[in-house]
Design a protein around this ligand. Structure first.
Ligand code: CA
Length: 397
């Protein structure tokens, strides 16, 4: 259409050169009427333009829309490390989105209970959750691999498996069945073995002991003769103080100092054989995620990646400081698990993993992927991380 008018215009111009003012006005008037009355023709080009304009308009609406999201968590509000990590995730999403996603973070029990996070996000009561996957082993045993399993992967190895070893795809497949999108959103590093009021010198000493220890670690303790209890963090101090439990693990010096366990338990055992590098999870309600424009989806996914790294950095620095305070200011007695006890717990762990895999095909699928990665990681780290840490320690003794 534009070409047609251009030709007409050029042709008219050649005639106008010799035209009188009255004729000139007449030609201009006719041309104007012709342009104004020209049908908005239905050619493909016009349709395409309309579609493009509509898309731009929709994009503009999506860019102006503000999404009000709720995040429910399994942690006491503002709790060091875990709760702060959840706060940071919400704040970073808001900042990176330029305020287009606003996130209100709820501590455990404020909107839903600490162990109701999964269901709340699944059904859309909240759009986001921050928790740990092993809390949901009652729904699906396979999910425990996405937090931590006894004698499993370190933080560095977990990230390798999740991002570049097939772990995240398996996690997405399983959570997808519950209308959820999972995110790795923090890591606590190697945890501590737990707080006891008696020494653990042999497997016999674990018999009859009532200990708070979640997930597969709890199953292993049961097989070793102990009694595993699952309690949220916020209830642990009172339970240990009243004698409702004999022992507890929680996280590590940073978080354990905050709960004050040193006031009610004497021995602090290491290492956390049951949780060698626990990944904390973010979870998004799938419908809420799919309602976002593509740039905001990317922002949410990448904010979680930032927090995944940031939380580990926070834990590393804060654990260093908190361990000194526990030992020097509070006279906590550190104890290393005897190798004989660790060997037995490792043997039982393998039995539990193999038995569960034989009964549960989904567990087996994740276990196979996880285990393949672990075998390779053991080989690589036996010539990298492990000898380096050993050599450094000996060199500075
Ligand atoms: Ca723990």
């Amino acid at each position: 259409m534009t070409k047609y008018f251009l030709l007409k215009y050029l042709k008219s111009c050649s005639q106008l050169i010799s035209a009188k003012p009255a004729q000139l006005l007449f030609v201009l008037g006719i041309t104007t009427i012709f342009i104004a009355c020209a049908p908005k023709n239905d050619t493909a080009a016009s349709d395409e333009q309309e579609v493009a304009e509509q898309e731009v308009a929709e994009q503009e609406v999506a860019e102006q829309e503000v999404y009000e999201w709720k995040m429910v968590t399994s942690w006491p509000k503002n709790f060091p490390g875990l709760g702060i990590g959840a706060n940071n995730l919400g704040a970073l999403i808001e900042e990176m989105s330029g305020g287009r996603i606003k996130v209100t973070v709820y501590g455990a029990g404020e909107l839903v209970g600490p162990f109701e996070v999964f269901d709340a996000v699944s059904r859309g009561t909240a759009e986001l959750g921050h928790s740990a996957a092993y809390y949901w082993s009652g729904k699906n045993q396979a999910v425990q691999f996405f937090s931590s399993v006894p004698f499993g992967l370190t933080a560095q190895e977990m990230n390798g498996w999740l991002y570049y070893g097939g772990g995240m795809e398996l996690w997405q497949k399983i959570y997808g069945k519950y209308n959820l999108i999972p995110l790795a959103a923090g890591n606590a590093g190697v945890q501590m073995g737990g707080w006891f009021n008696k020494e653990i010198n042999s497997l016999e000493d674990l018999k009859g002991i009532k200990m708070r220890i979640p997930g597969l670690g709890g199953k292993v303790l049961n097989k070793a003769g102990g009694i595993a209890v699952s309690l949220p963090g916020g209830e642990l101090f009172a339970a240990l103080q009243s004698g409702a439990i004999d022992a507890t693990e929680w996280v590590g010096p940073y978080n354990d100092l905050a709960f004050g366990f040193y006031k009610v338990a004497k021995y602090y055992y290491y290492p956390g054989w049951h949780e060698p590098g626990t990944t904390l999870e973010g979870m998004i309600n799938k419908d809420a995620f799919e309602a976002l424009p593509a740039d905001l989806q990317s922002i949410v996914l990448n904010a979680a990646k930032v927090i995944n790294q940031d939380m580990l950095a926070d834990f590393t620095a804060a654990n260093n400081r908190a361990l000194n305070i526990l030992v020097q200011d509070h006279q906590v007695e550190l104890r290393r698990y005897p190798q004989e006890v660790i060997n037995e717990l490792a043997r039982i762990t393998n039995e539990v993993l193999e038995t569960t895999a034989a009964e549960d095909p989904e567990f087996k699928e994740v276990y196979d992927s996880f285990n393949k990665f672990r075998v390779e990681a053991i080989k690589w780290h036996s010539v990298s991380e492990l000898p380096y840490l050993e050599m450094r320690e000996k060199a500075f003794k």
